[in-house]
Structure formats: structure tokens, C-alpha cells
Write a protein that binds this ligand. Structure first.
Ligand code: GTP
Ligand code: MG
Length: 279
């Protein structure tokens, strides 16, 4: 048996979580078109023959403006410690920039794999230009992939498998992730809010399951200001209803999901509150 750990790092929105889901064959990490979607380390497992790779998705590393930002950056960088391979993800559709460089400087790049993602949205010549730009980093390997259509992912998995040392099966057969159910439901709710709300509001939101008495699941949506409460609830509760329906559709049959919006003033700036929320 060969097995090991592989961490995805990169600036926000480059497609780390989408790639994790593509590899696992199901959604284990929430995804949105807004930056700073992932807030914790999320593990997803890939098995092939007698090889098992545990992939670790991390929050996008960015310039922090709050205690939450500082916390998630630290979570991401810690996730790159002590793993078999660190993969730095880059977006093929945007120039290699300061944000990417900042992350590259904080990992052992000579041992890292660089993944140029979203090749489905970039012309072959643009992908080549991007590979040329990142080639100067001196990484161990380079891979153009599309997390969306799977292109290049098999080649990446083959190379990662080669790097796995002899080791145990960390996760039993059939177990794809170790995210606790309650945390997963809170994430599903937050994912819908990221999809449905505009501008800065999603960054002010945290979600937390407060009661799990199957089939009743109560989830709190925490906002930072009274004025945000109404926006999350929507006209005559429309938005909140949409969130509930979409999240419940991804839960096991029969679930009854109750959502409640509460205000916790500026929770995002308070390191202790950030910690209590599980970030
Ligand atoms: N076209 C295309 N879009 C992609 C691909 N991978 C990810 N995306 C899109 O890019 C956006 C960001 O994807 P995420 O997977 O949430 O990115 P992330 O790196 O996990 O972002 P953070 O959690 O904020 O750090 C979403 O809208 C995805 O659908 C890809 O290969 N091709
Ligand atoms: Mg993510």
C-alpha cells in the first residue's frame, strides 16, 4: 500500500475546491465564484488500486483585513506543512500576479507541483504563456488542468501517485471526507448565501448548526450588522427560503432544515469569536 497527503494552496478563486471535488468524484468542499469561499482545511480521499491519496483543500491566501482573514491564511499555510506534496494552483485565465507570487514564496517551491487550472477557459497559447511565466518558479513539476472538465487531471494523479511513500490506508473504503455532518450542513447553507448575495455581504456571514435532532436540523446564519439581517432574509423571507430549499436538496431525504438569522456585531474582527465559530 502506498499513501500520503497532498495539499492544494493558492490565492482565492483559482479552483482549489473545484479540483478537490473533481478528484473525489463528489462535492466535499463548497465552491463559489466569489473569492474566500473556503475557510477551513477540507480533506477528500482518492483511492486507486493500492494507492490512497488524502487531498487537503485550504482557504485562498490573501491580504487579510480581519481576524478571520488572518486565521484562514494561517490555516492554509499550516496545511502545507508536513505533507508529501504541496500543489500551488494558478489560474490560467489571469496573469501570474503578486498574490500568486506571495503564496509561492511561502512554500518549498522546489518540491512543489504547480497546477495551472481553468485551461478550458484559456486558449492553448495562453496556457503556454502561463506555463512559461510559472516555469521560472523552479517547481518540481508543472501541470495544465481543467478542474471543470477533468482535462489533465489523470496525468496529475498518476504523477502524485508516484510520489506517495509506503503507508497505511488512512481512510477506510467508502469514506471520502471526514467533515462532520453538522459542519457540512452549515457549509451548504453558506454556499447558497455566497451564490445568492452580492458584494461584501458573504464575507460578513458565518453559519453554524445549533441543533441536530434528526430529522430536525437548526442552522444559524450569523451576520455582523442589523442592516444585513434583512438582506439575508429577503423580501417576505424569499431569499432565506431559497437558501433553505437548495441546501436541503443536498441533505439526506427527510431532513427538516430550520434557518435563523442572528446578529453578532463585527464577529469577523474578533479572533476569539472567529475561533468559536470553528474557523
Ligand atoms: N472554467 C473553469 N472554471 C473553474 C475551474 N475551476 C474552478 N472554476 C471556477 O472558479 C471559481 C472558484 O472556484 P473555487 O473552487 O471555489 O476556488 P478556490 O480556489 O477554492 O477559492 P477559495 O476557496 O476562495 O480560495 C468557481 O466559479 C469555479 O466554478 C476550471 O477548471 N474551469
Ligand atoms: Mg475553496
Amino acid at each position: 500500500m502506498r499513501s500520503g497527503f497532498v495539499t492544494f494552496v493558492g490565492r482565492p478563486n483559482v479552483g482549489k475546491s473545484t479540483l478537490l471535488n473533481a478528484i473525489c468524484g463528489e462535492k466535499v468542499s463548497i465552491v463559489s465564484n466569489k473569492p474566500q469561499t473556503t475557510r477551513t482545511r477540507i480533506r477528500g480521499v482518492w483511492n486507486r488500486g493500492d494507492t490512497q491519496i488524502v487531498f487537503v483543500d485550504t482557504p485562498g491566501i490573501h491580504k487579510p483585513v480581519s481576524a478571520l482573514g488572518e486565521r484562514v491564511n494561517a490555516t492554509a499555510l499550516d496545511g502545507a506543512d508536513d505533507v508529501d506534496v504541496v500543489c500551488l494552483l494558478i489560474d490560467a485565465t489571469e496573469p501570474f500576479g503578486r498574490g500568486d507570487r506571495w503564496v509561492a514564496d511561502r512554500i518549498d517551491i522546489s518540491k512543489a507541483f504547480v497546477i495551472v487550472n481553468k485551461t478550458d477557459r484559456a486558449s492553448p497559447s495562453k496556457v503556454l504563456t502561463q506555463l512559461g511565466a510559472v516555469g521560472a518558479l523552479g517547481a518540481a513539476e508543472y501541470f495544465p488542468v481543467s478542474a471543470k472538465n477533468g482535462q489533465g487531471v489523470d496525468v496529475l494523479l498518476a504523477k502524485l501517485s508516484d510520489r506517495m511513500p509506503d503507508g497505511p490506508k488512512y481512510f477506510p473504503d467508502g469514506m471520502i471526507t471526514d467533515t462532520p455532518e453538522a459542519q457540512w450542513v452549515a457549509e451548504l447553507v453558506r454556499e447558497q448565501l455566497l451564490h445568492l448575495l452580492e458584494d461584501e455581504l458573504p464575507y460578513s456571514i458565518a453559519t453554524r448548526v445549533t441543533q441536530w435532532e434528526w430529522p430536525l436540523v437548526k442552522c444559524e446564519i450569523i451576520v455582523e450588522r442589523e442592516s444585513q439581517k434583512g438582506m439575508v432574509i429577503g423580501k417576505s423571507g424569499d431569499l432565506l427560503k431559497k437558501v433553505g430549499v437548495a441546501a436541503r436538496a443536498q441533505m439526506p431525504d427527510g431532513a427538516y432544515l430550520e434557518l435563523k438569522v442572528v446578529v453578532d456585531k463585527n464577529w469577523q474582527r474578533n479572533a476569539e469569536k472567529v475561533r468559536q465559530l470553528g474557523y
